[in-house]
Design a protein around this ligand. Structure first.
Ligand code: PGA
Length: 254
């Protein structure tokens, strides 16, 4: 494998602290031989599990990420979690603009952009999600939607920061539905995003940004997806909640 793939597990609102500890311990053990220069691995637990998970994963190559953040260092924002807190708890990554946040919590390209900028200020690496709904795909506006989300989310982000950003292409119709995009469908959008990054920045910057695919990634479809030229990893929901299926995804090349 010549590329540095990036596999991240999005645990969503699953895993009590005890369950999270058990899963993190299993992953630490079964992924210990994975070479992170070939496949980097991260898990993104619910906020409340993060301290326990980072503690268990100390001394392992598995990184930890949060699933969201509020774009302020601190303040009277009841119920929110800041980038400083996330960083301080041992996270490297933060997922921003997941379609569930856009759909259920009113996130927009502007709020995504504010969060991406703020995460970078606190040395967190954003995993910025984009993706079309089924209706948008059927109308033939997938590229327009992805372009608007990517351009809006990356507004005013300077070129030198782009190496810290991962983009996750997650077609909404493929998330949690078992309906995975075909490798060719995913590749088409990934190549479009890569081209857009080259337009917004330059070819080298575009080549260096990792673009993950997300949406019903499973052990039995991961290999084919990863064989596509512009697919550099996966953001995995359901299949990241069991140690053996996440293991199979991370070790797809073996
Ligand atoms: P899924 O979720 O793998 O369960 O489809 C992916 C995601 O929402 O990141």
């Amino acid at each position: 494998m010549s590329r540095n793939y990036f596999m991240a597990g999005n645990w969503k609102m699953y895993m009590t602290i005890d369950e999270a500890k058990e899963l993190a311990s299993s992953l630490k053990n079964i992924l210990k031989d994975v070479d992170s220069s070939e496949v980097e691995t991260a898990v993104c637990p619910p906020f409340i599990d993060i301290p326990a998970v980072t503690e268990i994963l100390k001394g392992s190559e598995i990184k930890v990420g949060a699933q969201n953040m509020y774009p302020k260092q601190d303040g009277a924002f009841t119920g929110e979690i800041s980038p400083l807190m996330i960083r301080n708890a041992g996270c490297k990554y933060v997922i921003i603009g997941h379609s569930e946040r856009r759909q259920y919590f009113g996130e927009t390209d502007a709020s995504v952009n504010e969060k991406v900028k703020c995460a970078l200020e606190y040395d967190l690496c954003p995993i910025m999600c984009v993706g079309e709904t089924l209706e948008q795909r059927e109308k033939g506006v997938t590229n327009d939607v992805v372009k608007e989300q990517a351009t809006g989310g990356l507004k005013d982000i300077p070129k030198e920061k782009m190496k810290n950003i991962t983009i996750a292409y997650e077609p909404v119709w493929a998330i949690g539905t078992g309906k995975v995009a075909t490798p060719a469908q995913a590749q088409e959008v990934h190549a479009f995003i890569r081209g857009l990054l080259a337009e917004l920045y330059d070819e080298n910057t575009a080549a260096a940004v990792r673009i993950q695919y997300g949406g019903s990634v499973k052990p039995d479809n991961v290999k084919e997806l990863m064989s596509m030229e512009d697919i550099d990893g996966a953001l995995v929901g359901g299949a990241s909640l069991k140690a053996d299926s996440f293991e199979a995804i991370v070790k797809f090349g073996k």
